[in-house]
Design a protein around this ligand. Structure first.
Ligand SMILES: NC(=O)c1ccc[n+]([C@@H]2O[C@H](COP(=O)([O-])OP(=O)(O)OC[C@H]3O[C@@H](n4cnc5c(N)ncnc54)[C@H](O)[C@@H]3O)[C@@H](O)[C@H]2O)c1
Length: 383
């Protein structure tokens, strides 16, 4: 069986996501395991070139992870016909322009979400990729979380009966940076002008999670908030945090399912995980976190008594059964492997840029709903 090489121009690998999830956990891991297996038994070995503004920084990263090539010259990297794929995990605001440049150079495209900071730019770049006939994709990592794969398993088995509602709770406390604990997320997230805001960040994810697992999103009502108006940045400087840092959003889904998801960087966690999704259906319910999932069938549903005069006698957490493991492979890596197979062996792929357009669309409609204080229907998109 043969091993072929796939040249990948990787941009934004000095960032949090680019470095940890895409370079280390995905590409370096794939190289370490001997490449990606194709359906015909051949293998594909990714051969990345790390590109960044600071030549020394990317050279050091390359050296650290056993990668031969790095450069600060993006134009030159895009001109090399031996590198077929362009990947971007840099800042959101530059994404649409970078993707456009790479598509012009004939590269296949893979990138982080959101695929652009406005719907107009998102649809334009997706249409451009289609016109040019390049393969394209956007990261949809939440679909590969073991917790949500277990929800899919339950749904596909008919466990829920008729699905009624889904309630999502996402968030944790992001330190303000002004009293001892440094902030643990990049400061651009909290500045509008730099592409920040939790609505743009998270509704992109919620769109594909809802569409794929609970029902196509038909309408949105969203209330945003900027609870903490001032934070301290990476350099210890106080800045105005003018972007939304919490979003309380309700969605109407196909099939009559009502979904509500709270997303917040200003909540303290007292639940199973940093994100939890509770699904209730006529025949059963389930609660999934990032990895674990617990279910309760109708026949196991307790009959609690409301009595304010007595402390609760039931432990409601004990009444759920854990769904067995479905494997714990890193989701970013699984999706990278799928994309590499799609590019090199034309295997099916369900995460094209059009899916990214839908995410940006929902985020924009969420912001519109907040601004206009009303429900907004989600129109179908035609590429
Ligand atoms: N899939 C997910 O779960 C997930 C999670 C977090 C972030 N993201 C997305 O990943 C992207 C990066 O987020 P992050 O949290 O890693 O941010 P980060 O600030 O840690 O990284 C940003 C990267 O962009 C580069 N960059 C910034 N400004 C630049 C400029 N002017 N020119 C060239 N490069 C520049 C930085 O050097 C760095 O490599 C964002 O689009 C974000 O929405 C996705």
């Amino acid at each position: 069986m043969a091993t072929r090489r796939l040249g990948i121009v990787m941009y934004g690998v000095t960032g949090r996501m680019g470095l940890n999830q895409h370079l280390i956990r995905s590409i370096v891991a794939i190289r370490g395991q001997g490449g990606v297996l194709l359906p015909n038994g051949d293998r594909v070995m990714p051969d990345p070139i790390l590109v960044g503004r600071n030549a020394r920084k990317v050279a050091a990263l390359a050296k650290q992870y056993g990668i031969e090539r790095s450069t600060a010259d993006l134009d030159a990297a895009l001109k090399n016909p031996a590198d077929e794929v362009f990947f971007d995990a840099a800042t959101t605001q530059m994404r649409a322009d970078l993707l456009t440049q790479a598509i012009e150079a004939g590269k296949h495209i893979y990138c982080e979400k959101p695929i652009a900071d406005t719907y107009e730019k998102a649809i334009k770049v997706a249409r451009f990729a289609q016109t040019k006939g390049v393969k394209n994709g956007v990261v949809q990592d939440k679909l590969f979380l073991p917790g949500l794969r277990k929800i899919k398993l339950l749904r596909d088995s008919g466990f829920f009966g008729r699905m009624l509602s889904m309630r999502g709770e996402f968030g944790y406390w992001v330190f303000e940076g002004d009293w001892g604990q440094p902030a643990q997320r990049p400061s651009w997230n909290y500045r509008k002008a730099d592409g920040g805001g939790i609505i743009l960040d998270m509704l992109c994810h919620w769109r594909y999670v809802l569409d794929n697992l609970f029902g196509k999103v038909l309408a949105v009502s969203c209330l945003g908030a900027t609870h903490i108006p001032s934070r301290v940045d990476e350099n210890g400087k106080t800045y105005e945090a003018d972007a939304d840092d919490a979003a309380y959003a309700t969605f109407q889904l196909e099939g009559g399912v009502v979904a509500h998801i709270n997303s917040s960087w200003d909540v303290r966690v007292r639940r199973d995980d940093l994100v939890t999704f509770q699904v209730d259906g006529t025949h059963g319910s389930a609660v999934a976190g990032l990895t674990k999932c617990f279910s309760q069938h109708r026949v196991n549903t307790p009959r609690p008594v409301w009595n304010p005069d007595m402390p609760q006698t039931m432990n409601f957490f004990d009444q759920w059964e854990e769904v067995p493991d479905v494997g714990s492979e890193n989701g970013f890596k699984i999706q990278w492997e799928d994309f590499i197979r799609h590019v090199t062996a034309d295997t099916p792929w369900h995460h094209g840029l059009i899916e990214g357009v839908k995410g940006v669309q929902l985020a924009e409609l969420g912001m519109q709903s907040w601004a206009e204080r009303r429900w907004i229907d989600v129109p179908a998109i035609k590429l």
